[in-house]
Write a protein that binds this ligand. Structure first.
Ligand code: SF4
Ligand code: SF4
Length: 397
């Protein structure tokens, strides 16, 4: 598409990057067909093409209306549109740049600002998040549903395994998952050690996704640099870096792009990403004998649209003997989408119900996924167990 960027903005490197992305879009509209918010709301401005026009208008006029901000805020950043787009429009990156400018030109409602502030304050700090999670469990019945749904009924326990020699693998514990689903990291540790790898858990803290996607870009960048500072000095001794949450995996995979204007950290980020793998690329079916269990797999958006890995969980589980139950609409988001379930609770609920309906159509015994957000989201409302696929595999040893 043709663009005419505002003269006050055109010299900025990020605006030039956004302009190059905008110019790739041929406004064909193919992406709207796979956009969950467009499918739910039916408004062109709640689809990728509409949002691309909103960002284009923002960069051309150097101003944006509150109504336009609401359409951009409703985007789940699921990147299903990127998978569908025939022109290779990097929508996720465009949105990140657009949101940075939106923040400078708009004043969101007080409730949204307060929620965003609390999320950024609590979630990345596991020292604060864990005690609050315990407190939340005590007062769970009294809390509003959109908060209650994110609090597990019982405090999960992390199991320990013995260390072995082999390829050196560093497991990132993350922030939310280390508190809400620690057994997932423990399961990955158990599987990797069982398969002969020298795996070690590193408590690296938040990967920066939360701040960055809540438009606190500077705070997000600081968290990303803190992760890099922890891993880079020993990068030569590491064979693989792995995160059990695909949401964190895709954020780390994007570090070099996000830090491209930082001459010091961009090469370090690249060195880390060179060693980054998803657990599904590391775990083999060796030594696993599955029972006759029917499994429905929900592949997170961060995995299929962000990391570009789709079908691998089904392949591994199928190879070791699980019966995979196929389902429709695999490309659609479950409504977790980072903080969407808290900031956009009604839309998130509708997407969850739609996702659960299709997942259980084939009557599976269990639903598995690969991201902490999807796991917590689907668990609340499912009549059958919802697990991380790593937990299901680790159970077989
Ligand atoms: S599919 Fe790609 S090129 Fe077509 S409108 Fe969507 S973003 Fe633009
Ligand atoms: S990222 Fe997802 S919700 Fe946002 S425009 Fe693309 S498909 Fe729609």
């Amino acid at each position: 598409m043709q663009t005419n960027i505002h003269p006050d903005l055109i010299a900025l490197p990020k605006v030039q990057e956004a302009d190059a992305i905008l110019r790739k879009c041929v406004h064909c509209g193919f992406c709207t067909a796979t956009c969950p918010t467009y499918q739910l709301l039916g408004d062109e401005l709640d689809g990728p093409r509409g949002r691309i026009y909103l960002i284009k208008n923002l960069l051309e006029d150097n101003t944006i209306s509150d109504d336009s901000v609401a359409h951009l805020d409703r985007c789940l950043t699921c990147r299903a549109c990127e998978t569908t787009c025939p022109s290779g429009v990097e929508y996720g990156r465009l949105l990140d740049i657009g949101r940075e400018f939106v923040n400078e030109h708009s004043n969101r409602p007080l409730r949204a600002r307060l929620l965003t502030f609390l999320l950024r304050l609590v979630v990345p700090r596991s020292g604060l998040f864990k005690p609050l999670l315990k407190l939340g469990q005590i007062f769970r019945p009294l809390l509003p549903a959109f908060i209650r749904n994110h609090i597990p009924e019982t405090m999960p326990v992390m199991h320990q395994t013995e260390s072995v020699a082999g390829a050196k693998v560093v497991l990132l514990s993350g922030c939310v998952r280390s508190a809400a689903t620690p057994n997932v990291v423990a399961s990955l540790l158990k599987i990797l050690r069982h398969q002969g790898m020298d795996a070690e858990v590193v408590h690296e803290g938040c990967c920066g996704a939360l701040d960055y996607h809540l438009s606190a870009h500077d705070a997000g960048l600081q968290r990303m640099k803190a992760v890099i500072d922890q891993l880079y000095p020993r990068i030569d001794q590491i064979d693989h870096i792995v995160s059990s949450a695909t949401g964190c995996g895709v954020t780390i995979r994007d570090y070099p792009e996000v830090l491209q204007y930082d001459a010091e950290y961009c090469p370090r980020a690249k060195a880390i990403v060179d060693k980054l793998v998803d657990p599904i690329e590391l775990v083999s079916g060796q030594g696993i004998e599955a029972p006759a269990t029917r499994v429905a797999v929900h592949t997170p958006c961060s995995m299929q649209h962000g990391l570009g890995i789709n079908g691998s969980i089904e392949k591994l589980l199928g190879e070791v003997g699980f019966e995979i139950v196929p389902h429709r609409e695999g490309h659609l988001c479950c409504g977790s989408a980072g903080t969407c379930s808290i900031l956009q609770p009604e839309m998130s609920k509708q997407l969850k119900e739609r996702k659960l309906d299709v997942l259980v159509e084939g009557k599976p015994d269990v639903i598995v996924t690969a991201n902490v957000g999807c796991q917590l989201q689907l668990k609340e409302g499912a009549d059958i167990p919802v697990m991380h696929w790593l937990e299901l595999v680790a159970e077989q040893f």
